[in-house]
Design a protein around this ligand. Structure first.
Ligand code: GLY
Ligand code: MN
Length: 478
């Protein structure tokens, strides 16, 4: 294979002598795979059928996405687009799902590197001696329960499609986006339909989420075991220890871990994690394991590094706890998403008022044209959770933030209070204090159940749990 065929060599690679090339082309036995049906494969087919039924007689295209460059010739680890994965269970980059007008689905994938070209040992992007064995088209079809076709044939297939009657999930694959012109607003309908199909989780999905959450509980225990009460450690030690658990027990972290000690806890997405824990600080950890089927947990705990809350820290913590509990008590099928928000925020606003911080009466602050309490609460009460940490993000507003909760929804409940270090409107002793408590709940017929109740929530339980973890000591996952 020449470089023009796609193989790219780097300046630090030696040249290929002819004798070596000829030697590498001979003497290989074919390694057979025995494909196993993917976990939940039948479910992916049912999801495709449901989507096809929503757009009868149309062609639907959902790409997986490409690897992204991290720097020069190194890429980030690839993770397939969530909607693509939801419909296929396929992990490889560049794959494209096409559902035809009759509902039949084909997955276009890159088949394995043949041994009759030099790709398998020369191509650092696709060669099997660089990245490992891929599947043949038949192996992939058997594993995922879907007809497969060679990715090389995709351009011809796309150029034969009329834009009218074809919808594309855009933003994942520039070659697909360019090959099929938009059909008005209809691509957005495809995106919101997939998101809305994902709102209700079935029993298998709930088991996946529980699996991710259980691994997350283990990860928080690991983290607690490496936080000493009497001396600082780096926030990145905690990030790293949790990341080890995530890679060992799951696929990865579901989002960049937020580990904020002291005033860093007041920064919502503190992912630099370049600070240190100080005895006396509160430490906020917002971390979630993504499991092997790409469902993620999203859990936050705030702990006193010393082992016990000061009276003031406890007052703030207990207020956030009361807000979270009020939200959980309120959640059941039929309640409005925004009323859960109001329920949680009212508790916080009342607490801020009682502390003499809120400068207006609670009722005034609760008005939509005021929301002054939000200076210290900053964000919403929670979000849907699933394959994405912020799942179902393309759902129409009337079915999500302006809609009602339904049985089978899984969402986070995560109120917080954040007193910035430079906030002149709060007492000095509160400056640089941040607390969030975040759990993952399943909406049931009667109310909700807390899937992440394997971790402590009350201030007293948190102190006892931290002490127990420290006594246990850190052990590597096995
Ligand atoms: N856990 C991060 C977030 O919900 O934004
Ligand atoms: Mn969250």
């Amino acid at each position: 294979m020449s470089e023009a065929d796609g193989a790219k060599t780097e300046t630090h690679d030696p040249a290929y002598p002819q004798k070596y090339l000829e030697f590498m082309r001979t003497g290989w036995r074919d390694a057979q795979l025995t494909p196993q049906a993917a976990d939940g494969a039948a479910r992916y087919a049912a999801r495709r059928a449901r989507l096809a039924a929503a757009f009868p007689g149309e062609t639907l295209i959902v790409p997986s996405g490409h690897e992204q460059v991290r720097a020069n010739d190194t890429n980030y680890n690839f993770r397939p687009g969530s909607d693509f994965f939801y419909l296929t269970g396929e992990f490889d980059p560049e794959s494209v799902l096409i559902i035809r007008p009759d509902g039949e689905a084909t997955l276009f994938v890159r088949p394995r590197s043949p041994r009759d070209t030099d790709e398998f040992f020369k191509d650092r992007m696709y060669g099997e001696l660089w990245i490992g064995r891929r599947h043949t088209l038949d192996e992939k079809a058997a594993e995922l329960g879907i007809a497969t076709a060679n990715l090389a044939d995709l351009p011809d297939v796309l150029s034969g499609l009329a834009p009218r009657g074809t919808r594309v999930l855009r933003g994942f694959d520039h070659t697909v986006d360019a090959a099929v012109l938009p059909w008005g607003e209809r691509d957005r309908e495809l995106a919101w339909t997939i998101s809305e199909h994902k709102l209700v989780k079935d029993a298998w999905e709930i088991a996946q989420l529980q699996d991710a959450i259980d691994a997350t509980v283990r990860g928080f225990e690991d983290a607690a075991r490496v936080i000493p009460g009497d001396r600082p450690v780096s926030e990145r030690l905690i990030e790293g220890v949790f990341g080890l658990r995530a890679r060992h027990d799951g696929n990865d972290v579901g989002y960049s871990s937020i580990v904020g000690s002291g005033a860093h806890a007041t920064i919502l997405h503190w992912i630099r994690n370049d600070g240190r824990t100080n005895p006396g600080d509160l430490l906020l950890m917002d971390m979630g394991v993504e499991n092997r089927n790409l469902y993620t947990a999203d859990v936050t705990r705030t702990v006193p590094v010393s082992g016990s809350f000061t009276p003031l820290q406890k007052q703030v913590y207990d207020l956030v706890y009361a807000s979270q509990q009020a939200g959980m008590d309120f959640i059941k099928p039929g309640v409005k998403f925004e009323d859960v928000h109001t329920t949680c925020m009212r508790v916080l606003a009342e607490g801020l008022h009682d502390m003499g911080i809120l400068p207006v009466p609670v009722e005034e602050a609760m008005q939509k044209d005021s929301m002054l309490y939000r200076r210290w609460t900053l964000h919403g009460f929670g979000h849907m959770l699933g394959i994405d940490v912020h799942d179902c993000a393309n759902a129409r507003s009337e079915n999500y933030n302006k809609g009602e909760l339904g049985e089978g929804y899984v969402l986070t409940v995560e109120p917080g209070l954040y007193f910035q270090a430079e906030d002149d409107l709060v007492p000095e002793e509160l400056r640089g204090v941040g607390v969030r408590i975040e759990d993952d709940v399943l909406v049931t017929a009667e109310g909700c159940v807390n899937l992440s109740d394997g971790l402590p929530r009350t201030s007293g339980e948190v102190e006892a749990w931290l002490g127990t973890q420290r006594e246990q000591g850190f052990r590597l996952p096995s």
